[in-house]
Design a protein around this ligand. Structure first.
Ligand code: ZN
Length: 139
């Protein structure tokens, strides 16, 4: 996985909350993980306190490969978050590891994404505490 430097903290950054703090810590170590319910075994993403399948609490973190397919995307013309130079593309990725769940991130391809194409996660380090999961074409 390649890294792409970004200007540090000049823009609004993600704010970890009770449910996502452990996920952001893992992402800062360049590990993509989903939660696995301890009661019914269902995987879930994004992080949350309760299993959407059985309403059970808790569960374990499970590292998975950050792979999926492009579900949709937008071309952003305003400077929100860590997109970099405007305009930039934000993709919605259907995760292979968690059926029915999606991740969002900046597009790191050198062309616009294509619907349904296979993509790989790319870790982008912002600083010591924050990395982002961006996406690029697979292969
Ligand atoms: Zn469950």
């Amino acid at each position: 996985m390649s890294e792409r430097p970004l200007p540090a903290r000049g823009r609004p950054a993600p704010v970890p909350d009770r449910d996502s703090a452990a996920w952001w810590e893992r992402l800062a170590r360049h590990e993509f993980a989903v939660q696995r319910c301890g009661s019914c075994g269902a995987a879930r993403f994004p992080p949350r306190a309760f299993c959407p399948e059985c309403r059970g609490e808790g569960g374990d973190w499970e590292p998975v490969e950050p792979v999926g397919t492009v579900e949709s995307w937008i071309v952003n013309h305003q400077a929100f978050g860590f997109g970099g130079a405007e305009p930039y593309v934000v993709v919605m990725v259907r995760l292979a590891a968690v059926p029915g769940c999606f991740a969002y991130g900046n597009w790191r391809g050198d062309r616009e994404p294509r619907g349904g194409e296979a993509v790989l996660g790319v870790y982008t380090r912002v600083d010591q505490e924050l990395s982002l999961l961006d996406w690029r074409p697979a292969g």
